[in-house]
Design a binder for this molecule. Structure first.
Ligand code: SF4
Length: 110
């Protein structure tokens, strides 16, 4: 991963689209939290600049007001925001429970 900083607050990040197994290289330009563009990375050795429409929709996902920004846990009184450390501990405990064949599904979403 690399980043370039311009004379404004605009920055360019070279990343990988994680929406499917193709893992296309993408170039994200942003100014602070504002996404300016998402394009294919022509220098990516596999995708060579190709992206499908889902990659440009990453901006919509990023800016969706309903997007989870913190882990939440289901409680008797509804969803409760929890810390990342608590969420990861609960997920790890859930996985260990499954591995021990005493299935207890975690009620945490991250
Ligand atoms: S750009 Fe499209 S094809 Fe490429 S990884 Fe993302 S979702 Fe998959």
């Amino acid at each position: 991963m690399s980043s370039e900083k311009s004379h404004t607050d605009e920055q360019t990040h070279f990343r990988t689209c994680n929406l499917c197994e193709a893992m296309c290289g993408i170039v994200i330009k942003h100014d602070g939290k504002k996404v300016l563009s998402i394009k294919g990375d022509k220098d990516d050795p596999f995708s060579k600049g190709y992206i499908c429409p889902k990659a440009t929709a990453l901006q919509d996902l990023h800016e969706d007001s309903d997007r989870l920004r913190h882990p939440v846990e289901r409680t008797a009184n509804g969803w409760k925001e929890i810390s990342w450390a608590d969420a990861l501990d609960k997920v790890a405990a859930g996985i260990q429970s499954v591995q021990k064949n005493t299935v207890k599904m975690p009620s945490v979403f991250i």
